[in-house]
Design a protein around this ligand. Structure first.
Ligand code: CTP
Length: 411
């Protein structure tokens, strides 16, 4: 692909991963892009301006004024010049400043002036990444239009510890850019990729309600956020998305091919069966109630009638049934929310329900659970076991889709 004329502002901040930015510059330049580096002063402790300027073939900007040449660096012009701003590595400090809108250096002034999409690749130690302040800042940034977070990855950290916080590999960052350039001619649009264009994705989401009488029901705490976010992320990839949802307080994302609101497991089952033949990928994210009352009482059970047991009967296992009947070209994704023996239970469900991918949620992990905007999941597929770090649900959704893409198209 020809990158000629693409203008990329590369923000580099104070992290040991700054040395990897040199590789990003080389790659972008070799593809024909123009790269303008803007650094924080801390970044220059890790990589020299001479290296960055030589690789990018442009002066490196750090200060508002280049005192040696009596020149003012026009941050507004830089912000308007770029097609894409990438901040890699993005330190915890810069992340916080971006979230708060602080402007204490040239890089932040450029960020605040930029009208183009802003991508950032966090790099920090694992405890800094896990800190609630960082989670809040990440959530804030990720919810802004045209902002996209890449990584961070899990692995060895400069501190000697190992965990989540490593900057994404430069190759992955460059690949993500390439995919994005390929998919859009209009940089003002949020990225809509072509990967899944023409493919149909069925998603179940939210809880089900099993009526006891006309006013009471059995249900669970599922908010539907993960399923709705997956629907959103698949729409970004050009897929035709059919969303079947239990009762939640979310608005369905725009652009769905169809949306079916259901109440009970039986209704959800019926709706899924209608689409059973059509979908290429089926994602069963709903927290379906396993049992329902044998008889629903008309009207309201009255207190004066006294305590009486409620007889229950098993609901159909929708995913298991689809798994039994699926065609070889259909890809099935199940979810499992576990409180103990997570991996073993997830592996069992993957096999008994005949899923191609099982997404394990650990209810006990901080940041993962009902109603939150973040999640932490483990993926079990034919590619092995992949742990994704705690991240906003939209980022988790994109990574799950990346994984499905690899399994579906390349295996
Ligand atoms: N599932 C389904 N229909 C059901 C129950 C579950 O389609 N009646 C799907 C869920 O959407 C999820 C997967 O099966 O993708 C696993 O759900 P989970 O509740 O974790 O599994 P169960 O088989 O119900 O096992 P248990 O409740 O004992 O953990």
């Amino acid at each position: 692909m020809d990158w000629a004329g693409r203008k990329i502002l590369l923000g580099i901040t104070g992290s040991i991963a700054a040395y990897k930015a040199t590789w990003i510059i080389r790659q972008l330049k070799s593809k024909g892009a123009e790269v303008q580096v803007v650094c924080s002063t801390d970044a220059l402790g890790f990589v020299t301006p001479l290296t960055l300027a030589t690789l990018s073939e442009r002066p490196v900007y750090t200060e508002f004024v280049r005192s040696d040449q009596g020149e003012w660096v026009n941050h507004v012009a830089l912000g308007l010049w770029a097609d894409l701003m990438l901040i890699a590595p993005c330190s915890a400090h810069t992340l916080a400043k971006m979230a708060g809108g602080l402007c204490d250096n040239l890089l932040m002034a450029v960020y605040l002036s930029a009208r183009c999409p802003v991508w950032f690749a966090p790099a920090m130690d694992l405890d800094m990444w896990k800190h609630p302040a960082t989670s809040r800042n990440v959530n804030e940034l990720i919810s802004r239009p045209n902002h996209r977070m890449l990584g961070p990855a899990s692995g060895a950290l400069a501190s000697g510890l190992s965990g989540v916080g490593r900057m994404s590999e430069p190759q992955e960052i460059v690949d993500a850019m390439e995919q994005w350039w390929l998919s859009t001619n209009d940089q003002a649009r949020p990225p809509v990729l072509d990967t899944w264009r023409g493919k149909k994705v069925l998603i179940t989401a939210g809880p089900t309600r099993e009526a006891i009488d006309d006013v009471r029901y059995i249900s669970n705490h599922s908010s539907g956020k993960m399923g709705y976010t997956l629907a959103q992320a698949f729409l970004e990839q050009g897929a035709e998305v059919m969303l079947i949802s239990g009762p939640v307080s979310l608005s369905p994302p725009q652009g769905l091919q169809s949306f079916v609101a259901v109440e009970s497991a039986l209704e959800m089952h019926q709706a899924v069966e209608k689409y059973q033949e059509q979908f290429n990928v089926g994602i069963f994210c709903a927290a379906v109630a396993d049992f329902r009352p044998v008889h629903k009482k008309d009207g309201k059970i009255k207190k004066k009638d006294g305590v009486s047991p409620i007889a229950l009967v098993a609901n159909p296992d929708i995913l298991a049934e689809i798994g039994r009947n699926k065609r070889a070209d259909q890809f099935l994704v199940g979810f499992a929310l576990e409180t103990e023996n997570g991996l073993a239970e997830a592996a069992r469900k993957k096999s008994t329900k005949q899923c191609d991918l099982l997404v394990l949620n650990h209810l006990n992990d901080p940041g993962a659970g009902f109603g939150l905007d973040t999640n932490q999941v483990t993926l079990l597929s034919n590619m092995g076991i992949t742990e994704l770090p705690l991240a906003p649900k939209i980022e988790i959704a994109r990574q799950i889709i990346q994984h499905i893409t690899k399994c579906y198209f390349h295996s």
